[in-house]
Design a protein around this ligand. Structure first.
Ligand SMILES: Cc1cc2nc3c(=O)[nH]c(=O)nc-3n(C[C@H](O)[C@H](O)[C@H](O)COP(=O)(O)OP(=O)(O)OC[C@H]3O[C@@H](n4cnc5c(N)ncnc54)[C@H](O)[C@@H]3O)c2cc1C
Length: 379
């Protein structure tokens, strides 16, 4: 079996790796370098705790978390991209993605407990113990937070690099970077391959579109598009600092976590809402300045800090906000995998699409999220 995977982000890398590992002859076609798309600019939280109001989304997210654990375990010492320092989420912190769990804290905790999800309520003293660098009033009196001791994040570029390298070195994957796809080739109602911007053609038995926010740009025909409702996100990066943050922090006005080498990574929902398409990501972007100010407010030893870098990315969100993973109706050897929260579910998508493509087994976790829902709605 020959497969073409379009796009070397976190999802494309996971799909390539699992297909190549299973003996498929895979060509990964990437417009630029791998790990240059949205996966480069992500908070990359790996968790299921925000999906508790939807049984199916919770189940999917949990499968995502488990697949990350399994994947790094398979890589042994080289599986160094998944960190689980624990996450502290303040009451009133915004949600990354869909507001699926806006319930009061006690309801959320009892639901999480019923689901067997590791979560504990913490107060001021606990916070001071868990994260001593924060100003003592960080959790104002009367406020509470939830500590998810097993949650964490992924360094997506590191994961992508490891999977792509392993697919090439161990399983002979053909990696084509700097090769933008401009159209999907179909013959008699089946995907036959892709044509690149230079007119080069690659043929395969199956094509998997993992181009994220560009998923509709690579197909070259409105017949193969799925409705997307993307949003912008800005992440600011501090210089290396001598203040260690142990946990991932999701406060009401700032999300912050370590980003390697002593740098911290910052973002906030309300800052994202101020962005527009022509904004240039620079450390002196007003949103980056404000994020750094909020960091100094949260951690006194970082007062007056400035962002060293900023990036803006587009979230690949299907219309309605939920994932879109599966074949397009009428084109049963062509898959699309576009989703927000794509870091969270990437390792699972690799397994789910491998099993569907090679064994004809559709993952029940994706049953509610298949592309056909858009086409039924249109019919
Ligand atoms: C600010 C922000 C915060 C986020 N926080 C989280 C979070 O906490 N947890 C989480 O799980 N998710 C989060 N996300 C979402 C997550 O980052 C994305 O869902 C995920 O990175 C999507 O990965 P992908 O592989 O689909 O896309 P991408 O990483 O964008 O990869 C697509 C690839 O396709 C390539 N491509 C484009 N056009 C072509 C072409 N013509 N030919 C060939 N290749 C092409 C691109 O170069 C790119 O490499 C966040 C996103 C943002 C922006």
């Amino acid at each position: 079996m020959k497969a073409i995977v379009i796009g070397g982000g976190v999802i494309g890398a996971a799909v390539c790796y699992r297909l190549a590992e299973a003996g498929t002859s895979v060509t990964l076609v990437e417009a630029g370098r791998v790990a240059e798309g949205t996966s480069l600019t992500s908070f990359a939280w790996v968790s299921a705790c925000e999906k508790i109001d939807s049984d199916s989304y919770f189940r999917l997210s949990l499968a995502g978390v488990a697949a990350h654990r399994d994947l790094v375990a398979e890589f042994g010492a080289a599986g160094n991209w998944y960190h689980r320092p624990g996450v502290i989420q303040w009451l009133g912190a915004g949600y990354e993605g869909l507001p699926l769990a806006e319930s009061p804290l006690h309801q959320k905790l009892s639901r999480l407990a019923a689901l067997g999800y590791s979560a504990e309520r913490i107060g001021r003293d606990d916070l001071a113990r868990l994260e001593p660098c924060l100003r003592p009033e960080a959790l104002d009196i009367g406020e509470e937070a939830i500590h998810y001791p097993e949650d964490g994040y992924v360094e997506a570029p590191v994961m992508i690099g490891a999977l792509v390298e392993a697919a090439v070195a161990r399983f002979g994957m053909d990696l084509r970077t700097q090769t933008p796809v401009r159209r999907l080739i179909t013959v008699n109602g089946r995907a036959a391959g892709v044509e690149t911007a230079t007119g080069e053609v690659f043929y395969a038995d199956v094509v998997i579109n993992c181009a994220g926010r560009w998923a509709n740009d690579v197909v070259g025909s409105p017949d193969f598009t799925v409705p997307l409702a993307p949003t912008l996100g800005l992440i600011a990066y501090t210089p290396a600092v001598g203040t260690a943050i142990r946990k991932v922090l999701r406060t009401p006005n700032l999300n912050v976590r370590a980003d390697g080498g002593g740098r911290l990574l910052l973002r906030a929902n309300d800052m994202d809402e101020t962005l527009s398409a022509d904004d240039v990501a620079r450390p002196d972007h007003p949103a980056a300045i404000e994020l750094a100010r909020r960091l100094g407010d949260l951690i006194p030893s970082l007062g007056g800090i400035h962002a060293e870098a900023a990036r803006i990315a587009t979230r690949p969100i299907p219309q309605g906000g939920l994932p879109c993973v599966g074949t397009l109706p009428g084109l049963d050897n062509y898959w699309v995998a576009v989703t927000h929260g794509g870091i969270n579910t990437s390792a699972f998508i690799g397994i789910a699409l491998r099993d569907e493509i090679l064994r004809g087994q559709q993952a029940p976790e994706y049953a509610p999220y298949r592309p056909e829902r858009f086409f039924k709605a249109a019919a």
